[in-house]
Design a protein around this ligand. Structure first.
Ligand SMILES: NC(=O)c1ccc[n+]([C@@H]2O[C@H](COP(=O)([O-])OP(=O)(O)OC[C@H]3O[C@@H](n4cnc5c(N)ncnc54)[C@H](O)[C@@H]3O)[C@@H](O)[C@H]2O)c1
Ligand SMILES: [Zn+2]
Ligand SMILES: [Zn+2]
Length: 362
């Protein structure tokens, strides 16, 4: 039987996305269909449209979403129809070598729905990050659904499904930011500002936001940056050292995905400090660093997949902090839009006019 719904599709590299009729199958064993209520527009969706992630067109975009479980397949026990859930794009398998060693946040074999959603003519769609949530209803693996308190609005809850979780987790889970630390965050978009919020939550005392756009820096201060630097006009490495007694920060978080920004993060860090790469680089990007500097500066160079989060642990906790007024998730929502507005939201994202545009299903 299945469902016939509307979804936002990128048909070919770089061409504007369109709203298409999409066929969603009934959930098979281990799968769930979720009625999407809200889905944020993340920079990764634009990377998909532009071919920076792969060439498996057509893509069904959207992956930062919350909604209500509509139907479940055989054997599903973690959620039931009617549950309010956040969708996650790293459903852990429990069986791979990372999971078996007690590091499920690193799971090397995360899973998605096994049946494809298709265009009306039967062409299978590649779902962005195994989700595809700019759509009325989506099919996912049941493990991609994490139940949270329905008191949180879907527009806010959905943001934890990607960018905000990636940023908070990059600071707290990957970077291990802790009380009294100094942190620099390069790129103050949705992910970077979430890293600022996470650093503040963890007790960092110096939090430096770096961006090339003054409007983003204003938002960064609003989210808790104690200092900001426009790296278009000021050398951020020199300035960060000046703000930290000449030493550099304990944790430098790269939330852009560019080699030159990674180098700034590398040099802006104190001896034995940590660099966290959460920005996604293009396949062409190349990094060149003096190997002796990598050795003599010590510390750790880490990448953050999805903020090294565990959805079942982190989503309900962060929703609870939001409901207690301790986490300003609502401030990330710059505007709410319709499904047909995703392409124009990409323009506003590129112009730096928004932190998050959130599609709300009608
Ligand atoms: N690792 C993960 O799991 C994960 C999850 C979500 C998003 N991401 C990635 O994180 C990155 C940021 O995503 P976003 O949604 O916040 O995007 P965004 O467009 O909202 O923010 C990017 C920010 O970087 C700034 N910027 C651009 N060039 C810069 C430069 N040279 N120096 C300093 N700042 C610069 C922009 O002004 C903007 O504020 C993207 O690469 C995205 O794909 C990674
Ligand atoms: Zn695993
Ligand atoms: Zn994303």
């Amino acid at each position: 039987m299945g469902y016939e719904v509307r979804g936002v599709v990128a048909r070919s590299k770089g061409s504007p996305v369109t709203v298409e009729t999409v066929l969603v199958p009934d959930p098979g064993p281990g799968e769930a269909v979720v009625a999407v209520q809200a889905c944020g527009v993340c920079h990764t969706d634009l990377h998909y449209r532009d071919g920076a992630i792969g060439d498996d067109y057509p893509y069904l975009l959207g992956h930062e979403a919350a909604g209500v479980v509509e139907a479940i397949g055989d054997g599903v026990t973690n959620v039931a129809p009617g549950d309010f859930v956040i969708l996650n794009w790293r459903a852990v398998c429990g069986q791979c070598r990372a999971c078996r060693r007690g590091r499920p946040w690193l799971c090397f074999s995360t899973h998605n729905a096994s049946q494809p959603m298709t265009l009306a003519d039967g062409t299978p769609l590649s779902a962005a990050l195994g989700i595809g949530a700019f759509i009325d209803k989506t099919l996912v693996a049941a493990g991609q659904c994490t139940k949270v308190d329905p008191a949180a609005p879907a527009t806010v809850a959905g943001l934890l499904g990607c960018g905000v979780m990636a940023g908070i987790g990059a600071a707290i889970n990957t970077g291990g930011v802790s009380r009294g630390d100094s942190v620099a965050v390069f790129g103050c978009g949705g992910v970077g500002n979430a890293a600022i919020v996470g650093s503040r939550l963890a007790g960092a005392t110096t939090i430096i936001g770096v961006d090339i756009d003054d409007r983003k820096l204003e938002w960064a201060r609003d989210f808790g940056a104690t200092h900001t630097i426009n790296s278009r006009t000021t050398d951020p490495v020199e300035q960060i050292r000046a703000l930290t007694g000449g030493f550099g920060v304990d944790v430098a978080i790269e939330a852009v995905g560019l080699p030159q920004v990674y180098q700034q993060a590398f040099y802006a860090r104190d001896l034995a400090g940590t660099v966290v790469l959460v920005g996604v680089p293009s396949p062409q990007a190349r990094l060149e660093l003096p190997m002796l500097e990598v050795f003599s500066r010590g510390g750790a160079l880490k990448s953050s997949w999805y903020g090294d989060c565990l959805p079942e642990r982190d989503f309900p906790t962060l929703i609870s902090l939001f409901l207690q007024g301790r986490l300003p998730l609502d401030k990330f929502v710059s505007e709410t839009i319709g499904l047909e507005d995703v392409e124009s939201a990409f323009d506003r994202m590129t112009q730096g006019a928004v932190l998050r545009s959130v599609v709300v299903m009608s």
